[in-house]
Design a protein around this ligand. Structure first.
Ligand code: COS
Length: 386
């Protein structure tokens, strides 16, 4: 544990209260306006949410993975757009630097990311390279002590707000696969970098994604994370392992919120002369959702504990992401069913959550990619035992 028990309890209580008092009442407005109010972003900074996972020596809270998933489960209780404001600083945007960065890169960037003064995005996906991340085409050609980057990155979360991008590009043109890729820290104001217009999305209004276009964008060679070229794919995979645990915790939190909404509605809504929660077919849906959310919470905690103990958790992170993202999809679907017509109407939060949770099965690796990772690791482990 990075924090003593009292400090952790205080943090969890503070976040619990912040979510219920400040975020939940603003959910509908954020969705309507497609923006998180600046005063809420300022409160997030004050609470230290941008620096949850950044080591204390760089101004963050330095949470262990177990502590981080506990905080994130609290945050899952509300619209995921709120978490997105600082989510890339806690996760995929910053962790490449935390895990593989040089001392100079850490010292320069991490304090600014921890305070929220700087937003970091993770730029891996491209128009032609999504699940097959190793086939990415963005090129990085060495020219003196700089690289010249060309290509397009797609659906990049927080790109419109980012000050830096952890951006994967191909430094070795002769190597078409994962081995020729480097991870760069690219600054937003680098000449030749532009951010496209915000994507219109199915849900998660208030969180923003956009293309990042690189046209002869010159980046110092020293901007390669860790300073060693062609190691970027592994950096990206390590970042995603951790990110997948974080997102699993979001899914668990969202499932628990949906279940809470369902229990309250089933207790109040009356049909055939009694509360609908008294009908066993409704009870079955409540019970299935509760059981699955509990399973999700337990597996995320187990994987996070293993991560903190230094175990390799690529398989467990993929199991968590697969199960929890699919689980919250089922929970959201049952919630619409329990709410009936009211579940389909935009004036209740269920319809919004139903759309919001759909993304969890796609980003940071689809369910099918998680299945592939799990099975490949199983077969590889079996082979290495023979
Ligand atoms: N941690 C560290 N290293 C890893 C790793 C991990 N979790 N996973 C793979 N690697 C290493 C491998 O060991 C291999 O190293 P060597 O070249 O030394 O053998 C290298 O990375 C390439 O791995 P692999 O051969 O498995 O790469 P593939 O091209 O077959 O791709 C998948 C693997 C499909 C798993 C990968 O492309 C992937 O995760 N895709 C989904 C991407 C994604 O999540 N996109 C979402 C956008 S980001 S929001």
């Amino acid at each position: 544990m990075a924090l003593d028990q009292d400090t952790l309890d205080l943090l969890l209580t503070t976040v619990h209260r912040f979510v219920r008092e400040r975020l939940v009442p603003n959910e509908a407005e954020v969705s309507e306006n497609d923006a998180v109010p600046p005063e809420i972003v300022a409160e997030m900074r004050e609470l230290g949410l941008f620096g949850l996972s950044i080591p204390t020596e760089f101004g963050g809270l330095g949470l262990s993975m177990v502590e981080e998933v506990r905080v994130v489960q609290e945050l899952g209780w509300t619209s995921p757009a709120f978490r997105s404001v600082f989510g890339t600083n806690v996760g995929i945007g910053s962790q490449g630097i935390v895990i593989d960065g040089t001392d100079a890169q850490k010292a320069y960037y991490l304090p600014k990311l921890a305070s929220g003064e700087l937003i970091a995005s993770f730029a891996l996906t491209e128009p032609e390279a999504g699940s097959d991340a190793g086939s990415l085409r963005t090129s990085a050609r060495l020219d003196g002590d700089h690289y010249v980057l060309n290509g397009t990155k797609r659906f990049i979360t927080n790109a419109p707000h980012a000050g830096i991008f952890t951006l994967m590009a191909r430094t070795n043109a002769d190597e078409p696969g994962a081995r020729g890729i480097s991870a760069f820290i690219v600054e937003r104001d680098a000449a030749g970098l532009s951010v496209g217009k915000w994507d219109k999305k199915m849900g998660q209004q208030g969180a923003h994604t956009a293309d990042v276009v690189l046209e002869n964008c010159r980046v110092p060679a020293a901007a390669i994370i860790g300073g060693v070229p062609d190691m970027g794919f592994k950096t990206a995979m390590k970042v995603l392992d951790r990110g997948r645990l974080h997102l699993s915790a979001v899914a668990v939190g969202m499932a628990e919120r949906l279940i809470d909404e369902c229990v309250r509605y089933a207790s109040e809504r009356r049909q055939f002369g009694k509360a609908i929660g008294e009908f066993q077919l409704v009870q079955a849906m409540l019970a299935d959702s509760r059981t699955e959310a509990y399973a999700g919470r337990t597996m995320v905690m187990d994987a996070a504990t293993r991560f903190d103990a230094g175990e390799a958790i690529a398989t467990e992170a993929a199991c968590c992401k697969l199960y929890c993202s699919e689980m919250v999809g089922r929970v959201a679907d049952r919630a619409v069913q329990i709410f009936g017509g009211a579940g389909y109407m935009a004036e209740y939060p269920i319809e919004r959550f139903y759309r919001d949770v759909r993304l969890l099965r796609i980003y940071e690796g689809t369910s099918q990619i998680q299945q592939l990772v799990i099975a490949r690791n199983m077969l590889r482990d079996a082979q290495s035992k023979n």
